[in-house]
Design a protein around this ligand. Structure first.
Ligand SMILES: Cc1cc2nc3c(=O)[nH]c(=O)nc-3n(C[C@H](O)[C@H](O)[C@H](O)COP(=O)(O)OP(=O)(O)OC[C@H]3O[C@@H](n4cnc5c(N)ncnc54)[C@H](O)[C@@H]3O)c2cc1C
Length: 206
């Protein structure tokens, strides 16, 4: 007969955590949150950051005397996780609530600017027949995007380029008028040139 190990006592867990030394590489928000979680349970934590300041893509810069956000300036309110973290950090009174106008897409070829359609991911529409999508890609774009629904998902294969994947599944109008304004606006990356790390590594000349 085997004996089941008895559940560890909280004091044992705390003692075991105190024996650990965790090294977090990168002091962006991801690294800082990870470091904090480890520190909260009593682990010793060292954060290694290559830059002079912590924060990574979340930073502020001084432009001709005006302080502006150079990276993230908003967070998803769905789920309440970020809000809970902000409250835990005692920063809730520093939240600036944006105007309720919603996000817009700018630089859409042939359209200019338009409200970001509701739903979807990275500009990829959840439903191409929505009015706010149709206004941007037109009926020809809508029907081309609809083809995605009638093609089997397994034909996607191992495509690593977002631009190629979106264009092949939903057409060039979705790529150029919906996805490109989002990726260039948020990530400074064109969907047609951005590739995954592994693809970039593969294409490095030897
Ligand atoms: C212009 C812009 C606007 C954005 N707006 C929003 C927004 O409004 N809302 C939102 O939710 N998200 C937004 N994002 C995305 C969001 O900012 C990022 O997803 C998030 O900050 C990434 O955090 P991270 O810790 O994963 O990476 P990073 O912030 O990139 O941090 C990585 C850190 O690791 C360091 N590092 C890397 N390699 C090493 C190494 N070998 N040794 C030591 N240190 C190293 C880097 O110097 C950096 O500080 C925006 C991004 C950009 C660029």
């Amino acid at each position: 007969m085997t004996t089941q190990p008895s559940p560890a006592e909280p004091s044992d867990l705390a003692a075991r955590a105190a024996e650990k030394h965790v090294v977090v590489v990168g002091g962006g928000i991801g690294g800082l949150v990870a470091a904090r979680e480890c520190a909260k349970v009593g682990m010793r934590v060292t954060v290694l950051e290559a830059a002079d300041v912590l924060g990574g893509a979340i930073r502020r810069v001084d432009l001709d005397g005006i302080t502006v956000d150079a990276g993230a300036e908003s967070y998803a309110t769905r789920g309440g996780l970020v809000r809970a973290l902000v409250e835990e950090l005692d920063l809730a009174d520093r939240i600036v609530v944006p105007q309720a106008g919603g996000a817009w897409l700018a630089g859409i070829p042939g359209v200019g600017a338009a409200p970001l359609p509701a739903g979807g991911i990275l500009g990829i529409p959840a439903n191409p027949f929505q009015d706010d999508v149709r206004r941007i890609i037109g009926w020809s774009g809508v029907w081309r995007a609809y083809l995605d629904r009638v093609r089997p998902p397994l034909t996607i294969g191992h495509q690593l380029s977002l631009g190629k994947l979106v264009a092949s599944r939903m057409g060039a109008k979705v790529r150029d008028r919906l996805v490109a304004p989002v990726t260039t606006g948020v990530y400074s990356a064109s969907p047609t040139t951005s590739t995954s790390t592994s693809q970039r590594r593969d294409s490095t000349p030897h």
